[in-house]
Write a protein that binds this ligand. Structure first.
Ligand SMILES: [Zn+2]
Ligand SMILES: [Zn+2]
Length: 380
């Protein structure tokens, strides 16, 4: 929804987009340098096994080069030096601190660390995919990238990434504690003998079935809805806004979709592949792009499909709970995908939801958002 106060859409050719990209890449580079200096505090032990340090250095070097390049582009197009200037200054700071050639010393993992490495890499990957997609193939062409609440959504995105290791442990520990003595060895050995691709498809189906159930419960249970309403308070949906999820929502949903994967004994490669797929698809499902994926849209969840889940017209409430497979909604009678139509508006109708991360974090603990979305879909 674009109100009067909505900032004007950024246009290609004005030099602003390149200025912002220069700043973004400079910040990513500076963050990368910090990771190289203090891996014990800012990198994820589970992910380090998969890294090639040489490739990371090349990525960091490329980010610095592109940051300078975009700054120059911004100067030439806009004839203003503020945005590009900030990008150049931050890049210079990253270079002064060692740039891509910082030496990694031997270190001991700190007890408490945050996953800055995962945050930086994922922002880089998602930026490369989704910024051009939303810029050149937008569904709502008047919707700007920097919508009114983008800073709030960036805080959500950053926090959920920085704490990825912590939430994985929080979810994994109870699973191991509860199910370790259940003698599921036979099931584990049967599943681990299935070829990788088939195992991955099964993992997606199992996780989505559990995710579907808990998502539906988040809509129908009055207390749980308080937390999930935070996600539905997004009015301007794009890939970044899709990260707006209350921490309780994240923990419960991850527990429900990951625990069956641990319990049934899917291989760790399948598990990590699934984590990457769900991270990408959850972001993609919110993207503001008109690409409709042809017949594929009946097989996998696409932006059009998930935007209907966010429709603020009560007629379309409680549809499309799946995050991977529309088939699950078909089976349980919650499927809705009119041919080429999209919802007119999204959000919580007239619901006055608080703005800002901290207020939204506290809100569900003390308030009950009065909304008709609490109706059980089976009632209609
Ligand atoms: Zn929902
Ligand atoms: Zn959503």
């Amino acid at each position: 929804m674009n109100g009067k106060n909505q900032p004007r859409r950024l246009r290609v050719g004005e030099g602003k987009i390149s200025g912002y990209l220069s700043i973004l890449l400079a910040i990513l580079s500076l963050g990368g340098v910090i990771c190289f200096h203090f891996p014990e505090y800012f990198t994820t032990p589970d992910f380090r096994a998969f890294y090639s340090v040489d490739i990371l250095r090349t990525i960091l070097f490329s980010c610095l080069v592109f940051s300078f390049g975009f700054a120059l582009f911004s100067f030439l197009l806009s004839r203003k030096i503020v945005l590009g200037g900030i990008g150049v200054l931050i890049s210079i700071l990253a270079i002064v601190l060692g740039g891509h050639s910082v030496e990694v010393k031997d270190f001991q993992q700190s007890i408490f660390s945050v996953s800055l490495d995962w945050l930086l890499l994922d922002i880089l990957i998602l930026t490369i995919i989704f910024i051009p997609l939303e810029l050149f193939f937008p569904k709502r062409a008047d919707q700007t990238k920097l919508h009114l609440e983008w800073k709030t959504d960036l805080v959500y995105f950053s926090i959920s990434h920085l704490l990825v290791q912590l939430t994985a442990v929080a979810v994994q520990s109870p699973a191991e504690l509860i199910f370790n003595d259940y003698g599921l060895d036979l099931v584990h050995s049967k599943i681990s003998n299935i070829p990788f691709f088939l195992q991955l498809m099964m993992a997606i189906l199992v996780a989505d079935l559990f995710q579907y159930s808990i998502h539906r419960l988040f809509h129908t249970n009055r207390f749980l809805w308080r937390f999930h309403a935070v996600h539905h308070s997004i009015r301007t949906i794009d890939w970044l806004a899709g990260s707006r999820l209350h921490i309780v929502d994240i923990l419960v949903t991850r527990a429900f979709s990951y625990i069956p994967l641990y319990v049934l004994g899917f291989s760790m490669q399948v598990f990590y592949a699934y984590v990457i797929i769900v991270a990408l698809q959850a972001v993609a499902a919110h993207a503001n792009t008109r690409i409709n994926f042809g017949p594929l849209k009946y097989l996998i969840v696409t932006p059009q499909y998930h935007h209907w889940h966010h429709a603020d017209d009560p007629e379309h409430y409680n549809k499309n709970f799946a995050i991977h497979l529309p088939l699950i909604d078909r089976v349980f009678g919650t499927y809705y995908l009119p041919n080429s139509k999209w919802p007119k508006t999204t959000g919580l109708g007239n619901e006055q939801f608080p703005k800002g991360f901290l207020k939204q974090f506290l809100f569900p603990f003390f308030n009950d958002p009065q909304t008709t979305k609490l109706k059980d879909p089976s009632e209609r």
